[in-house]
Design a protein around this ligand. Structure first.
Ligand SMILES: [Zn+2]
Length: 284
């Protein structure tokens, strides 16, 4: 359906169709209602985008110390998913999917240099990522503009056409002006992202996952040592931000080895994850 022509089907009403084919006044909202009858046969096992690590509809936060390599990790995950290649020895990717990397953190040249460096080291041909991997840099996209679903010439409409299965946001902070220490702003962020996923799914029939990079405060010299699940408390923002995503991972680097610790467990016991997971990344 062409959004620009979607007006209310009621006679002589030219208002925008927002409830199916009708406007706010003439239509009813579509309610997402759970039916126990259909649940009886529904297959509700997790569907992985990245095996055991990222579900198809996850909103995942990746946090880490400044300069630990969050952007690089995100680039590597994105490129691996776009190519359908496993990105570490211990985390596998089954199929290739379209990926959109929205970079509002790095200046153009830094981003380009990083991609060039990555391609030279890891891709046999530059064309390997051309179709599945999209990289936007320095577009000054805010969360508000990303989550503006009414703008038919906006980012949402563009992403709906592109149909990526994973959107990487680098970084939450650079997407201003969400006050991450404010409960209202964090709640708006959460419902905004969920609505984004729902509307995309309704239009394309495909789920979309978010991978959001975020900062944490540097560890005090005095409390150095092994990374623990409690290090999640060094994450910037209110405790509501801890509750916002489906999963949180901390990226940690020690003597040139990357570690990922998952301090926030999935609510779903079917995922098989029952205690904080620490993965040593033997990066391929
Ligand atoms: Zn109407």
């Amino acid at each position: 359906m062409d959004d620009e022509k979607a007006t209310c089907k009621t006679k002589d009403c030219n208002k925008k169709a927002v409830h199916g084919p009708h406007c706010e006044t003439h239509g009813f909202p579509r309610i997402n209602q759970v039916s126990l009858v259909s649940l009886d046969t529904e297959d509700l096992r997790p569907r992985w985008l990245v095996d055991g690590w990222l579900e198809e509809t996850d909103v995942a936060l990746i946090i880490g110390d400044p300069y630990v390599g969050k952007s690089w990790l995100a680039l590597h995950v994105g490129m691996s998913l776009a190519r359908g290649k496993s990105w570490t020895d211990n985390i596998t990717i089954g199929a290739a999917h379209r990926v959109l990397f929205i970079d509002e953190d790095n200046p153009d040249n830094t981003a380009k240099r990083r991609i060039q460096d990555y391609a030279r080291k890891r891709l046999s041909q530059p064309s390997e990522w051309r179709y599945n991997f999209h990289y936007w840099v320095s577009n000054f996209i805010t969360l508000q503009s990303l989550l503006d679903f009414t703008n038919v010439r906006g980012y949402f409409a563009l992403i709906k056409k592109m149909r990526p299965r994973l959107v990487i946001i680098d970084t939450l902070y650079s997407f201003g002006n969400v006050d991450i220490s404010n409960q209202k702003d964090v709640a708006a962020l959460k419902t905004g992202l969920r609505r984004f996923q729902k509307l995309i799914y309704e239009e394309t029939g495909e789920p979309i996952a978010f991978f959001i990079l975020h900062h944490m405060k540097k560890k005090q010299e005095s409390s150095k040592g092994e990374l623990k699940a409690t290090d999640i408390q060094r994450m910037y923002g209110s405790t509501f931000l801890h509750a916002m995503p489906d999963t949180i991972w901390i990226l940690h680097k020690e003597r040139n080895t990357f570690y990922l610790l998952q301090p926030k467990l999935r609510a779903d016991p079917e995922s098989g994850v029952t205690e904080p997971m620490m993965v040593q990344l033997g990066v391929k």
